[in-house]
Design a binder for this molecule. Structure first.
Ligand code: HMG
Ligand code: MG
Length: 299
């Protein structure tokens, strides 16, 4: 197979990783963790979410975290923003990149952001426009592309229509989400073939959760189709509290192990990523990365 020689990895642990945790990680620990991640060579860190604090209490300290981290100029610090209020909060602390999010499932969208898909568009349109005027890069997330806990399979035409709307708002790239970790490589191939009819592969990232252990296999399929942009979370932390059954993201540690051995460059130091996993493991108990299990057995 022909694989890309270099890929970009987006570390989403401080946001997607912590938003589904039962424990509240103290803000100082998040700051320390993000500072460690900032020195690993990872080019992008999602530091938190400017969503409603009652909806995601785990990330209610987003402002404090964003204010106290030591920023590495080589890193893009991004955050999730659901609406105008979220954008105001994110701009106040000068987040580099704004991430909009929307589901391709009507039911999940309603449960996650309390609006129909149609009613979400004008809200995101305004946020995207204002974020651009403020000089920010804008990323879009499309959730439940490979299956929804409430609606089951989502027709690919619905996914394409949501992606088209987000691109028409000027988003710079779209992250295609397997929110509950149901995708398999054959489905990834089918979805990518359809998406490539409409969107350039350079503008697509893949966001796999690993609920059923298929995330690395899905990455391999996406790599073979020339995708070079992947989201992952240190230790395999993560999930969406408003998508029943969602569990850990693809672990950054496992992804790096595979890519390093395949000779695909990421610019990230795997030993430093493992150190950052060991750090956050003091605060959360269920790291699911296979690399971490090996490390913990030999410690
Ligand atoms: P709502 O209750 O419909 O909000 O929630 P509203 O617009 O009706 O406003 C109600 C009150 O909330 C108002 O205050 C607003 O100011 C305030 P009041 O006037 O009553 O005093 N408010 C806010 N406060 C702080 N920050 C804000 C904000 N917005 C409104 N941003 C809302 C709608 C979108 C806010 C809520 O549903 C929400 O926060 N949802 C977030 C859920 C979430 O974060 N889910 C996880 C992320 S998505 C994900 O994980 C998937 C992904 O990883 C990809 C994948 O895996 O597929 C990205
Ligand atoms: Mg996610």
């Amino acid at each position: 197979m022909n694989f890309p020689k270099q890929v970009k990895i987006n570390e989403v642990g401080p946001r997607d990783g912590l938003q589904n945790e039962a424990v509240m990680v103290p803000a100082e620990a998040k700051v320390e963790w993000i500072n460690m991640l900032s020195e690993t060579g990872v080019p992008y860190i999602e530091l938190s979410s400017f969503v409603h604090p009652d909806w995601i209490p785990q990330l209610k300290d987003a402002t404090e975290v964003a204010r106290h981290i030591k920023r590495n100029p080589a890193v893009t610090y991004a955050a999730l923003v659901p609406n105008r209020k979220g954008l105001e909060r994110a701009l106040e602390v000068d987040v580099d990149e704004i991430c909009l999010f929307l589901s391709s499932s009507e039911t999940h969208n309603k449960k996650n952001i309390n609006k129909s898909i149609k009613d979400t568009y004008p809200v995101l349109q305004e946020v995207s426009q204002d974020a651009k005027s403020a000089g920010k890069k804008v990323r879009g997330y499309v959730s439940t592309v490979f299956g929804c806990p409430y609606e089951g399979d989502i027709p690919i035409d619905n996914v394409i229509s949501v992606c088209e709307r987000l691109f028409s708002m000027g988003v710079d790239e779209l992250s295609i989400g397997d929110t509950i970790g149901v995708a398999d490589p054959a489905q990834v191939e089918n979805v990518l073939i359809r998406l490539f009819d409409y969107f350039p592969k350079e503008k697509l990232a893949m966001h796999f959760h690993n609920t059923r252990g298929t995330a690395l296999a899905n990455v391999l399929m996406a790599l073979s189709y020339g995708i070079t942009n992947f989201d992952s979370s240190v230790g395999g932390l993560g999930g969406c509290p408003y998508a029943k059954g969602a569990s850990g993201n693809l672990a950054t540690d496992d992804l790096l192990y595979m890519l390093d051995r395949m000779g695909v460059r990421t610019g990230i130091d795997i030993d430093k990523i493992i150190q950052s996993s060991l750090y956050i493991e003091q605060y959360v108990s269920n790291l699911s990365s296979h690399q971490m299990k090996v490390i913990n057995r030999t410690r």
